[in-house]
Design a protein around this ligand. Structure first.
Ligand code: HEC
Ligand code: HEC
Ligand code: HEC
Length: 441
């Protein structure tokens, strides 16, 4: 019954065992690096071993939820054994922390934990022996999952091959090294309880709310933070900068949010990472789609769309961009500026002059917010860092241009060209923006 593929029964049991907690400065830094951990996830395949016998429903449900919650991306080192941990989160000014091995190994992993200990770590951020976790692990969102659902995730993890890989020791500076401080952060910003469905709302809305706020932890990136670095409920899903990338406004505002997207486009973007007229998910969002959302059932994607539609509009200047897509099929590029000439040589092999993809539709960037929003923030990031996304047809790769023959000025000129060719944005200080993005890489 809990198999989400066959039911619209939504959230778990209402659970009031958790105190009403809602991070502080520590968190800000932790968050900053949070996505660094995800970036390397590009190389990971989501292949997980399949049991030979048909697994019990709880294991299947657990596998599904672990995907919906994107556990594997963080808990796997680049190129490493799935779930064996070791992915580094480097926290400027604070140190480095590592996501632990959560395979069933009895020494290096969590093989000796009781189910209740696992539930408490995932939903309350407290591992055995009162080890308070840092919220780089999104336990405040996972608290939306019921205990039963988290036990199913445990049941699934228990089927994984054991890995003896030891998790490296965190190297976090004093006083942030004092885990007990998280008690105070939790009091301010920590987990809320899971909740019952809202009987006044349709089943798909309830399911969507659960997926977005719970396992999906979309707000972790898309909601601005308060002074104590908790999620700012008044600006829920209003867009935020995470690790240098803009995680756009997801409210129903027509200009700066998702208000002007059709349901079909939004569903397609979430399920595949691309929708014509809106571009292709890059950076952390490429990881979210490639490792998590693309495994969700069509009814679950639909439910998320229904819920996102209901987020009250919030206008944000950073996410607003006027798009002046050149006429489709226009194969000419103005050759007047350095940027245009560089685009012709470095980019047009994959992105046609009119923005459509040469090899595949994933390269169609026409209409993407990233072409101009927030002074080209994500455009600069993608030039400096590149991006890659797992799809059913293999990994879609956008190479980075940070090394090689292109100077910071070249990249700045390309960015300026893209912004003015495809949007009405007015680029400013692009060379500085490129420089900063390279420094932070
Ligand atoms: C955004 C990255 C991220 C995601 C997503 C994530 N984790 Fe974690 N997790 C971490 C980090 C980092 C730590 C270590 C935190 C610390 O040292 O305080 C951690 C700690 C844990 C621990 C405690 C292990 C121990 O030895 O104390 C468990 C259990 C765990 N995660 C399970 C999960 C499960 C299950 C999911 C999916 C439902 C998940 N995590 C999703 C980053 C993540
Ligand atoms: C780890 C951070 C992170 C998480 C978690 C995350 N996103 Fe994103 N999201 C981003 C970033 C960064 C972008 C911008 C991607 C780009 O430039 O192509 C983005 C873009 C998007 C867009 C495109 C918006 C536009 O206007 O182009 C949608 C829709 C979206 N995210 C929905 C979601 C949903 C739904 C969830 C939860 C299931 C989610 N995201 C979770 C970081 C995140
Ligand atoms: C080898 C092919 C290739 C080349 C060369 C290439 N790109 Fe891309 N680009 C892609 C693919 C594939 C994607 C989609 C992958 C992703 O977003 O993860 C993409 C995505 C993008 C996006 C969309 C990002 C978003 O957030 O929506 C932009 C903008 C972009 N490229 C600009 C450029 C520019 C400018 C150049 C030249 C400096 C360039 N690309 C060169 C293949 C390429």
């Amino acid at each position: 019954m809990r198999n989400p593929k066959h039911t619209r029964s939504i959230t778990g049991q209402p659970d009031t065992t958790l105190p009403r907690y809602p991070l502080d400065r520590v968190y800000a830094c932790l968050r900053g690096s949070f996505s660094a951990c995800l970036l390397g996830g590009v190389a990971l395949l989501a292949a997980t071993p399949h049991a030979h016998a048909a697994p019990p429903a709880s294991v299947e449900n657990g596998r599904y939820l672990a995907r919906a919650a994107d556990c594997e991306v963080c808990h796997t080192a680049e190129g490493g054994t799935p779930y064996a941990g070791g992915r580094a989160f480097s926290l400027p000014g604070i140190g480095v922390m590592y996501a632990p091995n959560i395979t069933p190994d009895k020494t290096a992993g969590i093989g000796t934990w009781t189910d209740q200990q696992f539930v408490d770590a995932v939903r309350k951020g407290v591992s055995p022996h009162w080890k308070h976790l840092y919220p780089a692990m999104p336990y405040p969102a996972y608290a939306r999952m019921s205990e039963a659902q988290v036990r199913d995730i445990r049941a699934y993890l228990a089927t994984l091959p054991v890995s003896p890989q030891k998790t490296p020791e965190n190297a976090i500076k004093f006083p942030f090294s004092i885990r007990g401080l998280m008690v105070f952060w939790n009091m301010l910003n920590g987990p809320a309880a899971s909740y019952a469905d809202d009987p006044g709302k349709p089943a798909d809305w309830n399911r969507g709310r659960y997926l977005v706020e719970g396992p999906g932890h979309c707000a972790d990136c898309h909601t601005p933070r308060t002074a104590t670095f908790g999620l700012d409920g008044k600006r829920a899903l209003g867009g935020n900068v995470v690790n240098g990338w803009r995680a756009y406004n997801l409210t129903s505002d027509k200009q700066s949010g998702l208000g002007a997207w059709s349901d079909q486009d939004l569903a397609q973007y979430l399920a595949t990472g691309h929708a014509d007229g809106h571009g292709t998910a890059a950076g952390d969002m490429a990881d979210v789609v490639g490792h998590s959302l693309r495994y969700l059932s069509a009814p679950d994607i639909h439910a998320m769309v229904v819920y996102l539609r209901s987020i009250p509009p919030l206008h944000t200047a950073e996410d607003t961009v006027e798009r002046t897509t050149p006429p489709a099929g226009d194969a000419t590029l103005p050759q007047t500026t350095r940027g245009a000439r560089l685009y012709a040589s470095a980019c047009a092999g994959c992105h046609m002059p009119d923005g459509t993809g040469r090899q595949s539709s994933f390269g169609t960037i026409t209409g993407a917010r990233s072409l101009g929003a927030d002074n080209g923030r994500n455009l600069v990031q993608i030039l400096v860092q590149g991006s890659g996304m797992q799809t059913t047809t293999g990994v879609q790769i956008m190479p980075h241009f940070a090394g090689g023959g292109l100077s910071e000025r070249d990249l700045a000129d390309i960015a300026s060209f893209v912004m003015t060719h495809f949007t009405t944005a007015t680029p400013h200080n692009m060379e500085q923006a490129v420089h900063d993005a390279k420094e932070a890489k």
